[in-house]
Design a binder for this molecule. Structure first.
Ligand code: PLP
Length: 463
């Protein structure tokens, strides 16, 4: 059998994909009727497809390619590591230099309360680790009755059993009778969609106090932890009102439960700080990480463990019966180290805070003037456009949620820009290395895409 190569014609690649590949988060039957898009190469912020089209990657892969695609420095570091030590485990009293170096580097770049990392291969595994570590912590602290973990509706924490359970995606819960027992969900701080007649500030306080109500309802002595993304990503780039995080932090400070900030998207510069928690001035006890940790060059995740949690799960002694064959994989650690080295050397975090962040935000927010856009929001380099049938009326949505978003996403792809659709909002999260010129191109294509979508909706009589 010959290797499938870039030189196969698109139709042949599509047919093979349709015959043998079961896609994640996809109605594969419907996709196969339509045919997959085939990406064959990528450099910087640009993707190339099997027909030779160049497409601007407005999503940094899946929110992960902080340093852009195709950096030889990372490939070289991985190659070097694989020829020296391709694999060894970290279970049985062993370790190796790349994982030592990475753990030390993460302690350096993270907030002061974090000095240790537990490694895994993805964000979902990181949250499975969180689930087990939180319960182990309270057992170790002599409070085994503290078991309930509170998450948020429309939060996303991955797709494994624990990840799906902690997350608040109802469609995911419906497949397989989830969440698992011991998980509760509270409303999300999504003012545009759920704020009703409250001002954003009032709504932020209201949403935070739902946490207080939930903890007090179950009793602080039964609740183990609260988990949340600083900004919800997959849920539609939900940027909470300014009042939200200070109120949540107040509530958590007054109660003895662990605070887990899921930094899988917000970590590694996305908000113009190393971690989203720093952007909001919140102080978590655990931080699951993945995505930007390696910029997606190899799969790797982890959980940053604060000194407070370490006092229970490490200092008290006793084995934590948990780990993965690939925990701290040397080649993945080498990729992460090379990636973090680029982020530091090119000052990408500062660049998002002071340069490209404000630059793109101003242009993105200006898209809010478009007749199809109800709100244009962006923090750091993550943003959303809410598409609405009636400008100025937040309460009116398109029928069959998701139809217009998907239409707009397909038009955007044809116009040469990857945006993601969540319900009827359009999402971007570009690589942190995007230049001013490329940011201008991104906004110009997004504008044209809105115009084209508007025209198509008119043609179909939908507005
Ligand atoms: C993507 C994501 C995850 C899951 O990560 P995987 O690597 O896909 O398992 C978890 N949490 C958040 C916030 C994410 O965005």
């Amino acid at each position: 059998m010959t290797a499938v190569s870039n030189r196969y014609p698109t139709a042949q690649l599509r047919a093979l994909d349709a015959a043998h590949h079961f896609h994640p988060f996809t109605d594969t039957k419907a996709l196969n009727a339509e045919g997959s898009r085939i990406i064959t190469a990528a450099k910087g912020v640009w993707l190339t497809d099997s027909d030779g089209n160049r497409i601007l990657d407005g999503m940094a892969g899946l929110w992960c390619a902080q340093v852009g695609h195709g950096r030889e420095e990372i490939a070289d570091a991985v190659h070097r590591q694989m020829t020296e030590l391709s694999y060894y485990n970290t279970f049985f009293k062993t370790t190796h230099p790349p994982v030592i170096a990475l753990a030390e580097k993460l302690a350096e770049v993270s907030p002061p309360q974090f000095n240790r990392t537990f490694f895994c291969s993805s964000g979902s595994e990181a949250n499975d680790t969180v689930f087990r570590m939180v319960r182990f912590y309270w057992d170790q602290m002599g409070k085994p009755e503290k078991k309930i973990i509170i998450g948020r509706w429309n939060g996303y924490h991955g797709s494994t059993l624990a990840g799906t359970s902690l997350g608040g995606m109802k469609a995911m819960h419906e497949q397989g009778d989830l969440p698992v027992p011991g998980v509760r969900h509270i409303p999300q701080p999504y003012w545009f969609g759920e704020g009703g007649d409250m001002s954003p500030a009032e709504f932020g306080i209201w949403a935070a106090r739902e946490l207080e109500k939930a903890i007090d309802h179950h009793g602080e002595d039964k609740v183990a932890a609260f988990i949340a993304e600083p900004i919800q990503g997959a849920g539609g780039v939900i940027i909470p009102p300014e009042t939200y995080w200070p109120e949540v932090q107040r509530i958590l400070k007054e109660r003895d439960i662990l605070f887990v900030a899921d930094e899988v998207i917000c970590g590694f510069g996305r908000l113009g700080t190393w971690f989203g928690s720093e952007y909001y001035g919140i102080e978590p006890d655990l931080m699951p990480i993945a995505k930007g940790l390696t910029s997606g060059y190899l799969p790797m995740g982890g959980v940053l463990v604060s000194d407070k949690v370490a006092a229970g799960v490490i200092d008290k002694g006793g084995e934590f019966y948990h780990g993965y064959t690939y925990s701290g994989h040397p080649a993945c650690a080498a990729a992460a180290l090379a990636n973090l080295e680029i982020i530091q050397r090119e000052k990408l975090v500062e660049r998002v805070a002071n340069d490209i962040g404000p630059y793109l935000q101003a242009r993105w927010r200006a898209l809010g003037e478009h007749p199809l856009v109800g709100e244009a929001r962006m923090t750091g380099l993550v943003g959303a456009l809410e598409l609405v049938p009636e400008k100025g009326n937040r309460k009116k949505a398109f029928p069959n949620t998701g139809t217009v978003g998907t239409m707009c996403r397909d038009i955007s792809f044809r116009n040469g820009l990857i945006m993601r659709a969540v319900r009827d909002s359009m999402i971007i999260s570009p690589p942190l290395v995007i230049t001013h010129g490329e940011a201008d191109q991104l906004v110009a294509i997004a504008k044209k895409t809105l115009d084209d979508t508007h025209a198509e909706l008119k043609r179909r009589g939908m507005i």
